[in-house]
Design a protein around this ligand. Structure first.
Ligand code: SF4
Length: 462
């Protein structure tokens, strides 16, 4: 009888990708994914360590799972509880000490060993595996499933060597590692063969990618630009995206790829964190605000319609009002289509956490509100400027209303359309009719309107 598996995923797209691969690694053991922990035979929390209180959230969730397990029907068999991801990597032993209900703890680099870890847990042995193994976990994972959603993530690079002073990633994900070119292309072919039309390449520092084995030549190395050019030749791949980048790794080859490769979408997430040089230096970002401006200028020269998004941290230790205003100015100068902004939160084990110049919470909150006000105005202006435009939208899921479909514009905007028939996996020209803070609504362009009925325009024929 099939066993039920529930995975709760926190944090970044790489955790989303890892959760999908964990489910694939457990499928041969008879586990099918379910949407709820209640009644599951195994529950895995795939955790994120980026924000404050990350581990406390995990422990409270584990408390709820203990209760759920205690309420299981007699004879229902054991419910295994596992903790994965970056909190598991950083605090594995602490989790086993504080949470006796946990059966297995494993890090982002060892989930390919899940079958063995589950076997040990089923024998009643609590398993902990937070190694950084020599073997390439991707080689040990089963092939991707035959069916894929219209949009898919594909991890090509892991770890980070940058050691920004506020970040735990180098400690939880380890040193930078780039997957061999042919392995990435094989996985892309499998995803596209299964129906994926858009592939997002993932890495903590994705544009530091330098994969070996290009064209089967072990010595030949390929950067991200070159990999994208090869990926664009994979049958079925219509759209390519990549995230997350570091400004210092945007090289000429990548910029030229934005100019030349139509499949590469005109949207780039390029974190800057701060607009003040003294703060950027304290963060160990090793670039100035002007370096960042120059990178953006070169990218926009290559691809004039390129839309940008970014990450910002306000209230980094020692940040003055003038330095915060430099961040505001930089953001308004660049003009972002989207952006993520956070209050600085001290992360255990990171250099900045020990600083004696911590900024007061109310000051952080006030600065964050001002920055978000500015970023939200930019995003609304970007969306409003889309009204009346015609853009290709790839439909990836159904909306809440019957006949409603939700897709992505090339600029990563969410686009809602009412349609007849099944639009999933199709890329259709859509005229944008209205904009909202975080999404757009649109209508299929007349030529196709016959097959797709828009609000109030019933009965058009092909
Ligand atoms: S480059 Fe990104 S992942 Fe790497 S240390 Fe800095 S913030 Fe963290």
């Amino acid at each position: 009888m099939a066993k039920k598996l529930f995975i709760k995923t926190y944090g970044c797209q790489m955790n989303v990708y890892d959760s999908a691969r964990m489910a694939e690694a457990l499928a041969p053991l008879g586990y099918d994914m379910v949407d709820e922990p209640a009644g599951a035979d195994m529950v895995i929390l795939n955790t994120c360590h980026i924000r404050e209180k990350a581990s406390e959230k995990v422990f409270s969730e584990l408390g709820r799972l203990r209760d759920l397990r205690d309420e299981r029907a007699p004879g229902a068999g054991p419910m295994l509880i596992g903790v994965a991801g970056c909190v598991a990597q950083a605090e594995g032993e602490e989790i086993l000490r504080r949470a006796p209900q946990v059966d297995l703890v494993f890090g982002p680099q060892t989930y390919h060993r899940l079958p063995e870890l589950v076997a040990r847990a089923a024998r009643g042995e609590r398993a902990l595996d937070t190694d950084f193994p020599a073997e390439d976990k991707f080689d040990a994972l089963p092939a991707r499933p035959r069916k894929s959603p219209a949009t898919a993530f594909l991890t090509i690079q892991e770890g980070c060597d940058k050691f920004c002073t506020f970040c735990v990633v180098p400690y939880t994900r380890g040193a930078e590692f780039s997957r061999p070119v042919e392995n990435v292309l094989d996985e892309a072919r499998a995803l596209a063969g299964g129906g994926a039309r858009e592939i997002t390449l993932l890495g903590q520092n994705v544009n530091a990618y330098h994969g070996r084995g290009a064209g089967g030549d072990a010595a030949a190395e390929e950067g991200l630009g070159g990999l994208i050019r090869r990926l664009a030749c994979v049958e079925g791949v219509e759209r390519i995206r990549y995230t997350t980048s570091h400004p210092r790794d945007v090289d000429e080859a990548l910029i030229a790829t934005h100019r030349d490769v139509a499949e590469l979408m005109p949207f780039l997430h390029l974190p800057v964190q701060s607009g003040a040089d003294r703060i950027l230096a304290a963060m160990n970002r090793r670039h100035t605000a002007d370096d960042y401006r120059r990178v953006v200028d070169r990218l926009r020269a290559a691809r004039p319609d390129l839309a940008l998004s970014s990450d910002f941290i306000v209230g980094y230790p020692g940040e003055t009002e003038a330095e915060f205003e430099a961040t505001l100015r930089l953001a308004e100068e660049i003009g972002y289509a989207q952006a993520y902004s956070f209050k600085y939160s001290p992360r255990p084990g990171t250099p900045a956490a020990n600083s004696s110049e911590q900024v007061a919470e109310p000051v952080k909150a006030e600065r964050l509100a001002r920055l978000q006000d500015s970023l939200n105005r930019m995003q609304s202006a970007f969306n409003e400027a889309s009204i009346g435009q015609e853009m290709p939208v790839l439909f990836e899921r159904r909306g809440r209303r019957p006949g409603q479909f939700i897709g992505r514009s090339p600029f990563m905007q969410s686009v809602h359309v009412e349609g007849a028939g099944d639009l999933l996996g199709q890329t259709l020209p859509i005229r944008i009719a209205a904009s909202h803070p975080n999404s757009l609504t649109g209508e299929p362009v007349a030529a196709l309107a016959a097959t797709v009925r828009s609000p109030g325009r019933a009965g058009l024929q092909a």
